[in-house]
Design a protein around this ligand. Structure first.
Ligand code: UDP
Ligand code: MG
Length: 331
């Protein structure tokens, strides 16, 4: 069996939007006239998403495959799990919330026909809050500065990759990563196109401000050591200046004699240095934390059940009770 296109979709608590997604995604892909498969990865949803995916699998078992995680491992781990199982020659990632219109997949594929191996996307009119908009603009700028990754719109998941890139990604054992950026480092001929962008069809964003900040730390620390180096450079410079300052104070002490008025200035300086030291420790922690995650070598995610036709027919029958247990846990 030769599959042209695999579509990987992470799903986390999307029960309100899934029906609309199914209604638009399948016709859009059928219209392309190529062989395709859709891999849904349920990232431990606590609502009826898993049950709905199961229902959809029963309706279109020819092109639908479902991976059910036993917990919430995050959007990028869900995509990774999909990547490890895709069979297609080309792979497209898509959000489940219909912010990326499925109708645009055809354009990504057409772009790949021109010989590109990575097709990124830029949202034409962003339908995000002003804060999200400016925060991601600032993040883009920082990333362009300190890594060699060039992406106009890092937040858009509607992207297409060649099989080679996916194979390269699969050989990476990183625990925390940002897939579009990782893929970009393996791309030989990357390109970007503009795509439509819509309001979330239903449900709410799964990313809190905290998670967005975490994601950006992943993005920076997974691809660059610059923050760490910057800090040690700044630390060196500041300690050099402090030595000069201490020398200056010593000379003053000899020439003018003791004086107490400068105490608060000293306090100010001490707090300043303390602040930098604490920030540096935190920054070190970012890297050390990743090292410790890596050396633990835990599995990055655990799969509870796989729904697919063919060789995994058995897997389809076995885990049904387990999945049912999870569904009932939603109530
Ligand atoms: N998602 C996931 N696991 C998570 C968070 C999100 O699989 O822990 C999925 C979610 O179902 C959606 C995609 O990742 O398909 C993007 O999430 P969302 O739309 O909430 O992010 P935003 O558009 O706000 O960046
Ligand atoms: Mg979204």
């Amino acid at each position: 069996m030769n599959i042209e296109l695999s579509v990987v979709i992470p799903v986390y608590n999307e029960e309100q939007g899934l029906a609309a997604l199914f209604a638009r995604l399948y016709p859009a892909l059928d219209a392309l006239g190529i062989s395709y498969e859709i891999l849904f990865v349920n990232d431990g949803s606590r609502d009826r998403s898993a049950a709905m995916l199961r229902g959809q699998f029963q309706q279109r078992p020819d092109v639908t495959r479902v991976i059910l995680f036993n917990g919430n491992y995050g959007q990028h781990m869900a995509i990774m799990a999909g990547f490890e199982r895709v069979r297609g020659r080309r792979i497209v990632t898509l959000d489940a919330d219909l912010q990326n219109p499925p109708e645009e997949i055809g354009r990504l594929v057409a772009k790949m026909d021109e010989g590109y191996d990575y097709v990124g996307s830029i949202r034409r009119i962003r339908q995000d809050s002003a804060f999200r908009h400016y925060a991601s603009k600032a993040m883009n700028l920082l990333r362009e500065r300190i890594t060699r990754i060039r992406m106009t719109d890092q937040g858009c998941m509607l992207r297409a990759y060649s099989r080679d890139i996916i194979d390269a990604i699969n050989s990476c054992r990183e625990v925390s990563t940002y897939i579009p950026a990782l893929a970009y480092t393996f791309a030989q001929r990357p390109v970007e196109i503009e795509v439509e962008h819509e309001e979330r069809a239903a449900g709410v964003s799964k990313y809190s401000l905290y998670q967005l900040i975490r994601l950006n730390f992943d993005l920076v620390t997974a691809f660059s050591l610059v923050p760490l180096q910057l800090f040690s450079l700044a630390g060196m410079l500041i300690s050099l200046l402090s030595i000069l300052f201490v020398g200056f104070l010593a000379i003053r002490r000899l020439l003018i004699g003791p004086e107490a008025e400068g105490v608060f200035t000293l306090f100010g300086i001490v707090f300043f240095l303390l602040g930098i030291a604490l920030f540096g420790i935190g920054l070190l922690g970012e890297y050390v934390g990743r090292i410790s995650q890596q050396v633990r070598q835990r599995p990055r995610y655990l799969i509870e059940a796989l729904l697919e036709q063919g060789e995994a027919e058995a897997a389809l029958l076995r885990p049904a009770p387990a999945a049912a247990k999870q569904d009932s846990g939603a109530g």
